[in-house]
Design a protein around this ligand. Structure first.
Ligand code: SF4
Length: 541
């Protein structure tokens, strides 16, 4: 079959299409966004290829948030068809409730959850390792080491999910998600027929049924471990060092393996590569019996390393991120792995002679958020007390100079909740700043809390008609419905202000925000103007 040059994200999307996927759901988040973008560009072709007369239920949809995306995927599985839900690692926190519970239901159509972790926090608030959450849910997790494996594992994950009746996680990290390589593809499989689950006990997690489902899930663990064990590749070679690689760690290791061998009489280290979890212990034990020490190279948390080190001292040294042989935080690199292997740095790894000044990220020239934040700052000027809580979007950049306007950024939807909490205990002029997409994602429920408890709070919804930060994906609802939506949540019409986010309206906007800051209740100021990137994208379409 043809070769394509795919990023890891695209390889996974293609693998899902070729596995006969019927439903794909996601919320944008770097580094996973391009999975859905590829599906939306290519699933149409696939949809058209579905058999005549079949109900062409092949969809690829952005959703309000990761939880709703996950639940839609569960519905596809219940209906007997194959589904994929993709998200970034912190998105899985939002979807944790359906994620954990879906491990107990009787997955019918294969369900694959793709989670893209972001070690090094290139565009995230933390660098959590989703392998830990797969373990927490007691489900299998596959971790590709390159784009070809990303494609192959995406395909295989659907089969495995259906065979064992569980969701399967596919875990990738930023470099793999975005880097490109040649990928050979296979023939496209036909989608499953609609064939909904007829076993009520398998999908109704009332306690009596859930206990049985939990026991059944635990009963599958040994098989999951045995399969992971079988898939791991072990080569017993030089006895002075054993190397364990996981996922992408393999590539960093292979870049240096030859140099290590050259420095050690031509012998390569003994090597175990792990690409799926939960990992059994047989091959790890065989490696340990053969070598004097083990170096564990894994992107993310010291997950395998910690399991090996345990509570009691290991019978042989286990080196890795916990011991400081590799940095505990941030991304691995060929250079950090090289150092852990005891090799001298390569000339190319030397620091650049010229110190390049840091350039902090900024709003695009002419961004509507810049005008909104400038108006808010002026409205608050002269106030002795205020708290401006921000959310996650381009407007978070207003935490930096020259604006230095917002004071928090914790998680999606937190701005309104944090401002509300502070207001509840006496904070004057508590303001939540949130974008339209984030408001739909998880801001609305916090606004409902504020309305229900009559909190004195002002919310600025910066409505730029898109999810700008991740590349201008569409929001789930048109901005024209925003004011009605806010009113529907109980905010008084007189205190819902719709303004144009433009410098020509600056004086009027400052005055309107000031008025609402003085209101003893919940007020919402919607500042509207399209994101420039979104406009550009629309013109190119
Ligand atoms: S992408 Fe859009 S919202 Fe983000 S900074 Fe640029 S213009 Fe503003």
């Amino acid at each position: 079959m043809p070769d394509f040059v795919f990023s890891g994200d695209e390889a996974i999307a293609r693998g899902a299409i070729d596995a006969g996927i019927s439903g794909a759901f996601a919320y944008p988040g770097t580094p996973s966004t391009e999975i859905m973008e590829y599906l939306q560009d290519n699933l149409g072709e696939y949809r058209a290829a579905l058999a005549e007369g079949d109900r062409p239920h092949a969809v690829a949809q952005w959703c309000s948030n990761e939880k709703t995306a996950y639940e839609s995927a569960l519905g596809v599985s219940f209906a007997g068809r194959r589904a994929m839900v993709s998200m970034k690692h912190v998105g899985l926190n939002v979807a944790t409730d359906p994620f954990i519970n879906s491990a107990l239901v009787g997955i019918k159509g294969g369900l694959v959850v793709v989670v893209a972790d972001d070690p090094g926090m290139h565009s995230s608030q933390d660098e959590q390792d989703s392998r830990v959450l797969a373990d927490f849910a007691r489900i299998p997790c596959l971790e590709p080491s390159d784009q070809q494996e990303a494609y192959d594992m995406a395909r295989a994950a659907f089969d495995y999910s259906e065979k064992h009746g569980v969701p399967v996680m596919l875990r990738i990290t930023t470099r793999l998600a975005h880097a490109r390589a040649s990928v050979a593809t296979n023939a496209q499989r036909s989608p499953n027929a609609l064939d909904k689950s007829e076993d009520p006990a398998a999908w109704i997690l009332m306690p009596a049924m859930a206990r049985k489902r939990w026991a059944a899930l635990l009963g599958k663990a040994a098989q999951f471990s045995a399969d992971a064990e079988e898939s791991a590749s072990l080569e017993l070679r030089d006895a002075s060092l054993g190397v364990i690689t996981c996922g992408l760690g393999l590539r960093y290791y292979l870049e240096n393996e030859g140099d290590w061998a050259a420095a050690h009489s031509g012998a390569k280290p003994s090597h175990l590569h792990i690409g799926r979890y939960p990992m059994g212990s047989g091959k790890i034990r065989r490696l340990a019996e053969h070598v004097e020490k083990i170096l564990v190279i894994e992107e993310g948390y010291p997950y395998i390393e910690r399991a090996m080190a345990g509570v009691f001292p290991a019978p042989l040294p286990v080196l890795g991120r916990l011991t400081g042989a590799l940095p505990e935080a941030g991304e691995l690199s060929a250079d950090s792995v090289r150092a852990a292997l005891g090799l001298a740095p390569k000339a190319s790894a030397a620091k650049a002679a010229i110190a390049i000044p840091q350039r902090p990220p900024q709003f695009c020239q002419g961004c509507p958020h810049a005008d909104s934040i400038t108006a808010l700052k002026e409205a608050l000027s002269g106030e002795a007390e205020f708290f401006v809580a921000s959310d996650i979007g381009c407007y978070t950049l207003s935490a930096l100079p020259p604006y230095s306007a917002v004071e928090s950024c914790v998680d999606m939807g937190a701005s309104i909740g944090m401002a509300r909490g502070a207001a509840c205990v006496g904070q004057k002029h508590a303001v939540g700043v949130i974008g339209d997409s984030t408001f739909y994602h998880s801001g609305m429920t916090n606004l409902l809390d504020a309305v229900s408890h009559k909190t004195q709070l002002t919310v600025l919804i910066l409505d730029n008609s898109t999810t700008g930060m991740t590349g201008a994906q569409p929001t789930i609802a048109p901005g024209s419905r925003m004011a009605d939506l806010v009113a529907g949540l109980g905010v008084e019409r007189d205190h819902i202000r719709v303004l144009e986010a433009h410098r020509k309206c600056h004086e009027a906007n400052v005055a309107a925000i000031r008025e609402e800051l003085g209101y003893d209740g919940v007020s919402v100021v919607i500042l509207k103007r399209e994101c420039l990137e979104h406009l550009k994208k629309m013109r190119q379409a």
